[in-house]
Write a protein that binds this ligand. Sequence first.
Ligand code: BDR
Ligand code: CA
Length: 320
Amino acid sequence: ALPVILDTDLAMGVPGSDIDDGFALALALADPGLDLVAVTCVGGNADVESAVLLAKELLELLDRRHVPVHRGAAAPLCHPELRRGAPEQIRAAFGRHEADPGPAAARIAELVSERPGEITIVAIGPLTNLAAAISLNPDLPTQVREVVIMGGVYFGHTHELRRPGEFNFLIDPEAANAVLRSGAPIRLVGLDVTSRVRLTRAEAEAMAAEGRGFQRFAGRYTTAWIDHLAERHPSALGAGESCALHDPLAVAVVTRPDLVDWVPAHVTVLDGTSVGRGAAITDLLGAPDPPSPNARVARAVDAEGFRDHFFSTSRALDAK
Ligand code: BDR
Ligand code: CA
């Protein structure tokens, strides 16, 4: 099985926050082709402390307490003032979990250098930890097997957007650029493609009603998330009926790259203070000129194929 580090801003369990990192974690554990060697947490959808506590809670619910969880960046690379702490209700509900070992960036740097050519990093939050790991270990880009990133928007609009960017790139565009410039082999799954892979309200309700452990927890928070999205964006794609599984698609393509149509491109992220901050500028390299590609970008997804993979693979977890 391929050794994988999942770098996540997990927020499943924080009311009003996206739930997809939780399903990405479950899929990484369920896929027999993957060996989840570490979960590294970063501030994003939730603050980093909540992400750590929730990662431990989910690993307990999934009966995989042995998977190490590392605490990472509390704030974006160039904006330490954006640091947040865990809300009291999260500390009260999940604070019993033990303190976590060492900083995430150092652990990522170390794991990759210990196993050159072997490790795949799946990054499903802001790229702060990964950028820091590359600073700590400048050989990481040549030592890593592959980096799969959920981030950016590349081919058109998504119905969910009010700004040109996508959350993970918008929160830390400086880190995103550091990673994109690093020379690492990168696959990018963007919001325009990940928005096509959906989990329905009926599926979430069935999990909440019939499932145990993780399924029950995930089903409850997913139903609440679908309600929350419908209130905030009543005319968005699937409002009230479904939500996107952005991050699980990034996990899925590690063993199933065939689910996605990939194109080579050179991607840069706008930083600075303009309204374009966080937007991905994509050069599809039609001309024979530089720049050369720095990533393979998802252009389309076999959404039903993904759902088959997601549900059949996740079934293995139910048996536990
Ligand atoms: C990304 O931001 C979060 O809402 C999701 O977990 C995903 O990683 C989508 O823009
Ligand atoms: Ca995420």
